[in-house]
Design a protein around this ligand. Structure first.
Ligand SMILES: [Zn+2]
Length: 136
């Protein structure tokens, strides 16, 4: 659930507003956020440190081979971070990676994705695919 911190310019209190969805937040932004303490709409958004925390790697700038090497590494937390970032990044222009990212985020089996890609004639490079690991 998205939560946003504001400073009320009327009563000077810091308030946190919760929204069920980002869409609800957007709608509230257009209508004007209201202070739960005094009812004023003079709220200034506070940017929290958590919101600007950077991921350890910029996966969106990785090549397909680098992405596959992350998958191949078998580090599920690293893979999760990558997929999370890719899921937010609509600028992926490699249709193969779009498919891989989309299927992985749906919980599809990486081995099955790899077999499908190979069946389509996609070269997965010399890493041997997701199920490798001998090179670790
Ligand atoms: Zn207020």
């Amino acid at each position: 659930m998205p939560a946003y911190d504001f400073r009320c310019n009327s009563c000077k209190r810091r308030v946190s507003l919760f929204y069920k969805t980002y869409k609800a937040y957007d709608a509230a932004s257009e209508a004007g956020h209201v202070c739960p303490n005094c009812g004023s709409s003079a709220l200034t958004r506070l940017i929290t440190r958590v919101a600007v925390q950077r991921p350890s790697r910029d996966f969106s700038k990785m090549s397909s081979d680098e992405m596959l090497s992350v998958l191949d590494g078998g580090d599920t937390r690293e893979v999760g971070r990558m997929m999370h970032q890719l899921g937010q990044d609509e600028a992926i222009d490699d249709p193969t990676m779009q498919e891989v990212a989309g299927r992985l985020m749906k919980g599809d089996d990486p081995d099955r994705i790899e077999r499908d890609l190979e069946a389509q004639g996609v070269d997965l490079g010399d890493g041997g695919g997701f199920s490798g690991g001998d090179d670790l």
